[in-house]
Design a protein around this ligand. Structure first.
Ligand code: OGA
Ligand code: MN
Length: 222
């Protein structure tokens, strides 16, 4: 009897083509930009969840190690809400990113150990100046992941993510923050910025981390 491929493969998953593309991109160039990639149902549920969150769930984003303390409106203006496993959709999101983590660890041996993420809301006029998500030495953020939750974005709305991938292209690569676009890049390697947005802009930003714990110091619980 001949079985069709995958019929009896417990590990086959509808996310595999996307995860495979991301793994290949990370290996070859260090970043991956994927329009219409976030699973539709997950994306719709995340948008519905956002609609139920109120402003008081969001806190002004900070910078640096003491993110909640060092606020700096000159650098970034967005407000954030950390995603925990408290809600069903929060768990669905963490399940999806968990599968990505397992896939990337198997393919790239990155040793990704944990994941943290938050919703971000940029109101009209907000931006996030050019920055790195992680710095060599102190680094335990390895991969940055951003997904967008804006169903009707047009270029005139602004709010592009600009990834500076190459010194010979000072313009960088512009990404429109459209619903279901998934961006992932090596946190230490690519400075990036969010251009000023002209309307409410919603995204999730997340980071896969390696375990920074050592025998002398336990890594921050951020
Ligand atoms: C960040 C970030 C990019 C975006 O939160 O560190 O760079 O497009 N976000 O929202
Ligand atoms: Mn960033």
């Amino acid at each position: 009897m001949i079985h069709t491929p995958n019929t009896f493969n417990d590990f086959a998953d509808s996310n595999d083509p996307l995860f495979a593309r991301i793994a290949m991109d990370i290996k070859t160039k260090g970043y991956s930009i994927n329009p219409e990639a976030l699973p539709l149902r997950l994306g719709n549920n995340l948008i519905r969840h956002l609609g139920r969150l109120s402003e008081k769930n969001f806190v002004k984003a900070g910078i640096g190690r003491d993110r909640q303390l060092m606020r700096n409106n000159f650098v970034r203006g967005d407000e954030i809400c950390w995603i925990t496993g408290e809600s069903k959709v929060g768990r669905a999101w963490l399940h999806w990113t968990g599968k990505m983590q397992v896939y990337l660890n198997r393919q790239l041996f990155l040793g990704l150990f944990s994941f943290e993420s938050h919703f971000a809301h940029y109101a009209a006029g907000d931006f996030y100046k050019r920055h790195f998500d992680s710095f060599k030495g102190e680094a335990n953020r390895v991969l940055s992941l951003v997904v967008y939750l804006n169903p009707t974005w047009v270029p005139a709305d602004g709010g592009e993510l600009v990834l500076f991938t190459n010194k010979s292209n000072p313009e960088g690569i512009k990404v429109t923050p459209s619903f279901r676009t998934v961006v992932i890049f090596l946190s230490e390697d690519f400075p990036h910025e969010v251009r000023v947005t002209h309307r409410d802009r919603y995204s999730i930003a997340g980071w896969f981390r390696i375990n920074s714990s050592t025998t002398v110091r336990v890594g921050p619980a951020l």
